[in-house]
Every structure is written in structure tokens, then in C-alpha cells.
Design a binder for this molecule. Structure first.
Ligand SMILES: *Cc1c(COP(=O)(O)O)cnc(C)c1O
Length: 457
């Protein structure tokens, strides 16, 4: 007999401590139990069919229910379920996948270092860049510059690199040697300023910070090509080329955290290509396996790899599951699907522009002050009065209200404050996007009605 929803919820609230969750609030209503997925839909234990507009957590890029990935995992588990890559050993899928990822990343890159998540990969990066500069006899170059409202994971290094004030408030973060500049959020910071001029100004904050810290102490700058968890903040097109110029001027390493943007989400294998950045290191995770099994890593550029390999000696760092054969086999099968179905080009040429059109059309909605997409990510801003640029009182949590209307209407959209964000599977068809946008409209209308009823607008 399968457990009832209530039984699962009881076990859950008694014993399962969830990530990023207020447990008192959760226990009062019980967790939603997700039981199944197929294509772009998931089902809960009450039989509700829900359009997954977030691809899980930005990762189920090829959609649910892909038999090829199941077969790749099962086959590898039978042959060799596990072996480590310490002590001068390797395995077939890990070596094959490293070559494949390097060739997708382009000729500036030569190696991959594996982990099992985005957070761990960024921990690797912090140690790797400091080891790099020490190897070059510049150990004082240890400061890494990141951005406010960035998301780089939840470990000590990941959360320190990240710029989420709520995360820094717990656990004594950030760790030493990590500093932050303001994010390039045009609509939020300077909506009246020319967008391209704002992009140059925002990149200039990096140079100011470099000079403030002292250029001889700065090791690297890290940024997501498009900030994901921060609310899908799409920078002006002038931003990244200017960041690149500043990094080059001071000789500091550029790290692009492509955990969301990599593997096709923006309509290229890596988002940095589209942004005009030439990173020395790339963080990846999520989409590399479409979330079917944990895998992450760092694509290491020749600039760093050559130094570490020639002169770095042993890098005293690694994970039990670095290069896990089953995870790497699933990643290879996932890349096969992306290539065979032409998903990267489809996002760039077809579904991406189609989603963009739909989003642009949302600006006729009374609640929507701005709506923008890039490839298969999108964000929209809910506002009390868009003509006056008046925001809702934060305490009203209008974004959360909208999110609950989404749940109730069979759609997963995420709320970051009053920004509603989406990142549907790359495997979406036009018909899927039509269906998703139909639900988005229904949810926005329901939110509007609710907000008006409560007298908030
Ligand atoms: C999700 C995410 C991470 C963290 O990845 P985990 O696998 O959750 O550790 C890091 N960086 C970015 C940009 C992310 O979106």
C-alpha cells in the first residue's frame, strides 16, 4: 500500500529538515509531495498535474522521463558503479566527458575538475585560484570580488562568494578575502538611466573595488552571466565586455559561474560566449546531467591549467565523488540528447525568441512593470503602480501571493521578492510555451484580483 499524502507529510515534518525552509510554517500546512514527472510536467501525490516552469531548480533541461538517461545510468552501474580518481586512476566516462566539455567550451580551455554540485565547484575555484597565484609567487593575490545578490551556492565558500544578505547573516559569512560590488540591475537601480551607459557604470564598480583593495591583492572576479536565483537579472549588453576589459587591464582571473547559464539555457553552450566575456574558469553543474544525478565541476582554461600542471605540484583537493562514473555516463547521454535534438540552436533561434515575444506582451498587464527573457530564462516585475514606478510594501509579499496562485493553477513559477521568474525545460515546444503562458496569465489575473480585493492597489 502506498503511503497517503498525509502520512508522507507526517514523516516529512517529523524527520526531514529541508533546505531553505521555515519548518514551523511548513509543518502548519504540510509539504507538497511530488511523485512523478513526464516531459515538462510533474504530478503531486493528490494527482495534480503541474507545468514545471522552473525545470526543477533550473536543471531538468531535457525534461522528465528520458529513458536514455535511465539506461545510461543502469548500464554504467552494472559495469562499474563507482571508482575514485585519486591515486592515479581514472574511468572511461569521466575521461570522455572531460574531453567533450572542453571541446564545447572552446579552445581557451583544456581541463575539467569534477565535483558533485555547483557549491563544491565554487569551493574548488576559490582554492584553485589562490593556489594558482601562489604558484606564480604572488600569494598576496587572494581577494576574490563578487557581487551583491549573486548566487554561488550554499557551502562556506559558495555562500561567501554569493551576495545574499540573508545567507551572510547565518554562520559567520563571508569568509575572509571575499568582497562584493553592486549588481548590474538596471530596472532596480537606475531605470531612468540609459541602459548601455548604466552597464558601463556598473562594470566600473569593479575597477573602483580593485583600486580600493589594491590591484596587487586581487585574484579574480566571479559572476553569473545572467544572475539566476537573484531574480533573473539580465545585464545591459555593455556590461560584460567592460568587465572583461577591466579584468584584462589588471591581469585578474575572470570566473563565470555557468551553473544555470551553461549547457544551452541561454541559446549557446555557455552563456559567457553570448555576453562577450572570456572566462579563465567556468563553474558548471545542474544542466550538465539535466539534474538526473548530481554532477558539477570547473572547466579550467589553459592560462590556469598550464601553470598548475607545470609548476603547481600536487593540488591537495578533491572529492570522493570527483569524476563519478555513473554521473559522467548520464552527462554524456544528456549531451547526446541536447545535440541530437538541436536544443541549443532551438533555444537560440526558435523557442527563445518565441518566449521573448510572449513575455514582452505581458507588459499590457496592470501588475507587470517589466518583463524580459534571454533564451529560456525570464523575469517579470510586479508593481503597485507602474506608471509611477511604485513598488508594493515588501511585507505584503505580493510575489509569494502570486506564487501560491501559480501552484493552485498548475504552474511552477518562482518569486524573488516581487520578481516572478521562470526557466522552463529547454525541450519546451512552442505548444508547451503557449500552455505555460496561458497559465502565467491566469495566475497574474488571480493575483491582481486578490491584490485589489485586499485594497493593496
Ligand atoms: C544552483 C547554483 C549554484 C549551486 O549549485 P548546487 O548544486 O546547489 O550546489 C551555484 N551557482 C549558481 C549560479 C547556481 O544557480
Amino acid at each position: 500500500m502506498p503511503l497517503t499524502t498525509r502520512e508522507v507529510q507526517t514523516l516529512d515534518s517529523a524527520h526531514y529538515m529541508h533546505p531553505f525552509t521555515d519548518h514551523k510554517a511548513l509543518a502548519a500546512k504540510g509539504a507538497r509531495v511530488i511523485t512523478r514527472g513526464e516531459g515538462v510536467y510533474i504530478w503531486d501525490s493528490e494527482g495534480n498535474k503541474i507545468f514545471d516552469g522552473m525545470s526543477g531548480l533550473w536543471c531538468v533541461n531535457v525534461g522528465y522521463g528520458r529513458k536514455e538517461l535511465v539506461a545510461a545510468a543502469a548500464q554504467q552501474m552494472e559495469v562499474l558503479p563507482y571508482y575514485n580518481s585519486f591515486f592515479q586512476t581514472t574511468n572511461v566516462p569521466a575521461a570522455q566527458l572531460a574531453e567533450r566539455i572542453v571541446s564545447l567550451a572552446g579552445e581557451r580551455f583544456s581541463h575539467v575538475f569534477y565535483s558533485s554540485s555547483g557549491s563544491e565547484s565554487n569551493d574548488t575555484i576559490v582554492r584553485m585560484v589562490r593556489h594558482y597565484w601562489t604558484t606564480l609567487e604572488q600569494p598576496e593575490r587572494s581577494v576574490i570580488i563578487s557581487r551583491k545578490n549573486a548566487y554561488h551556492g550554499s557551502t562556506m565558500c559558495g555562500a561567501s562568494l554569493g551576495g545574499m544578505s540573508g545567507m551572510h547573516a547565518q554562520g559567520g559569512l563571508p569568509i575572509p578575502g571575499i568582497v562584493h560590488i553592486e549588481q548590474p540591475y538596471h530596472f532596480g537601480l537606475a531605470p531612468d538611466q540609459d541602459k548601455d551607459a548604466f552597464g558601463i557604470e556598473a562594470a566600473g564598480w569593479l575597477e573602483q573595488k580593485i583600486l580600493e583593495v589594491g590591484p596587487e591583492k586581487v585574484a579574480a572576479f566571479i559572476g553569473e552571466p545572467i544572475q539566476g536565483a537573484g531574480g533573473v537579472i539580465i545585464p545591459p549588453k555593455t556590461y560584460w565586455p567592460e568587465i572583461q576589459r577591466i579584468c584584462d587591464k589588471y591581469g585578474i582571473l575572470l570566473i563565470c559561474d555557468e551553473v544555470i547559464c551553461g549547457f544551452g539555457r541561454l541559446g549557446a553552450w555557455f552563456g559567457s560566449e553570448l555576453m562577450g566575456a572570456k572566462p579563465d574558469l567556468i563553474t558548471f553543474a545542474k544542466g550538465v546531467t539535466s539534474g538526473y544525478i548530481p554532477l558539477g565541476g570547473v572547466v579550467v582554461g589553459k592560462r590556469v591549467a598550464d601553470v598548475l600542471i607545470e609548476k603547481g605540484g600536487e593540488f591537495n583537493h578533491g572529492y570522493t565523488y570527483s569524476g563519478h562514473p555513473v554521473a559522467c555516463a548520464v552527462a554524456l547521454a544528456n549531451l547526446d540528447i541536447i545535440e541530437k535534438e538541436g536544443l541549443v540552436d532551438r533555444v537560440r533561434d526558435e523557442t527563445g525568441p518565441y518566449l521573448a515575444q510572449h513575455f514582452a506582451a505581458l507588459s499590457d498587464h496592470p501588475l507587470v512593470a517589466a518583463a524580459e527573457t534571454f533564451g529560456m530564462v525570464g523575469g517579470l516585475v510586479l508593481m503597485k503602480d507602474k506608471s509611477q514606478h511604485l513598488v508594493f510594501d515588501e511585507a505584503l509579499e505580493v510575489g509569494m501571493l502570486c506564487r501560491s496562485h501559480c501552484f493552485a493553477n498548475g504552474l511552477i513559477m518562482r518569486a524573488v521578492g516581487d520578481r516572478m521568474i521562470i526557466a522552463p525545460p529547454l525541450a519546451c515546444t512552442r505548444a508547451d510555451i503557449d500552455e505555460m503562458m496561458k497559465r502565467v496569465r491566469i495566475c497574474l489575473d488571480a493575483t491582481l484580483k486578490d491584490v485589489q480585493l485586499r485594497g493593496w492597489m
